[in-house]
Ligand binder design. Structure first.
Ligand code: HEM
Length: 335
């Protein structure tokens, strides 16, 4: 891409973070006197950006088309920024996700965030999480089995991200939404998975293509139209999940069976009490389906990459597990 990003040296104090949580100010007058570097977007961008603190210190301001973005690497700065209530509102980049996630927990602020958070917090009570261990175990086992199958094909280079994403999606759907996706081979499920992967890459392309930040241009652009199609699929899938659970919830209630309250059940219960409407439930369902699988899939994939790069750690890990299993075996056989 031909877009250029300009980096301003931080020693000129263009970036300030103070105790009031104010992030930074860039006096325009000073700009001419600042030392700048220009970076072209491309393969090397990530490496260049991550190397900037070595050159310029812990506060670097990135400018592009008159917008200023502070990259801060100082622990002290980060603490002030993260703990200050002034900075609760999400940045502009999150607005690209809004047509998808609505103002669910991730993007909402103030009163709305508070009310929703109150409804949802019980879903993450430690006792509830424990009851989901079975799901985690099942999904882990089938993930390992799936990896084995991949290996059987004789391939030794595998893109693990879409693969692991699948299992993380199954886990979040079963734990939070109370629906089993792994046994679901329907066209809509496959379309849903494709659509969320697609949305991820569209949002990244939009972020790095400055003129697509404008809503009107984006909506007219082929990328924006692809985004709209993905949204249709994702929303109708989420709506189906909600309606199915709503039906099941009614029948289970009548049977009086004891079940763990999945996140979606809590939301449906809140709807009956008039604390949230169906549109609100849809926002939270989309938010959790995304937050619940993308984060963990990326974390696991990076974990696997690091293990692949550091064989000595693999050996340590293996001996650690063997030791633990040995202790468990001893405690069982000598009881
Ligand atoms: C390795 C895994 C994960 C990482 C690194 C991670 C990281 C984060 C971070 C940094 C935030 C704060 C975002 C912000 O306010 O800008 C956040 C918020 C959130 N995360 Fe995660 N997360 C992970 C897993 C999960 C999972 C498994 C779920 C759902 C089951 C989840 C649901 C959420 C939600 C709903 C929020 C918004 C919470 C609120 O504002 O009240 N995350 N996560």
């Amino acid at each position: 891409s031909s877009h250029q990003y300009k980096f301003i040296k931080s020693k000129h104090k263009v970036a300030t973070v103070n105790r009031r949580g104010v992030l930074f100010t860039v006096p325009r007058l000073h700009q001419q006197t600042l030392n700048t570097v220009t970076i072209h977007l491309g393969e090397e961008t990530f490496k260049r950006i991550t190397a900037l603190p070595n050159e310029y210190g812990g506060r670097v301001v990135l400018t592009a088309f008159g917008r200023y973005i502070l990259h801060t690497y100082n622990v002290e700065d980060i603490e002030i920024v993260l703990s200050h209530s002034r900075n609760i509102k999400k940045g502009m980049a999150y607005s690209f996700m809004e047509p998808w996630l609505g103002t669910g927990l991730l993007i909402s602020t103030g009163n709305k965030w508070h009310r929703r958070r109150k409804i949802l917090t019980p879903a993450f009570h430690f006792d509830i999480l424990k009851s989901f261990l079975k799901v985690f175990e099942e999904q882990s086992k089938s993930l390992v089995e799936g990896l084995r199958q991949l290996n059987k094909g004789g391939t030794d280079v595998v893109d693990v991200i879409p693969f692991i994403s699948d299992y993380m999606l199954y886990a979040i759907c079963e734990t939070a939404m109370g629906i089993k996706l792994d046994s679901d081979t329907s066209e809509t499920k496959i379309e849903y998975k494709k659509a969320i992967l697609d949305i991820g890459s569209i949002v990244m392309q939009r972020l790095t293509t400055i003129y697509l930040h404008n809503d009107i241009i984006f909506n007219l652009h082929p990328l924006g139209r692809r985004f709209a199609k993905c949204l249709d699929k994702v929303h109708s899938f989420a709506d189906n999940v909600i309606m199915e659970r709503k039906k099941a919830y009614g029948t289970e209630q009548n049977g009086g069976s004891k079940r763990r309250l999945a996140l979606l059940d809590l939301l449906l219960e809140a709807e009956r009490k008039g604390e949230i409407d169906l549109e609100g439930i849809r926002e939270e369902v989309n938010t959790f389906m995304f937050e619940g699988h993308d984060t963990t899939a990326i974390a696991l994939s990076f974990g696997i990459m690091l293990l692949a790069d550091h064989e000595e750690v693999q050996v340590k890990l293996l001996s650690c597990f063997l030791f633990i299993f040995f202790i468990i075996w001893l405690s069982i056989t000598h009881r």
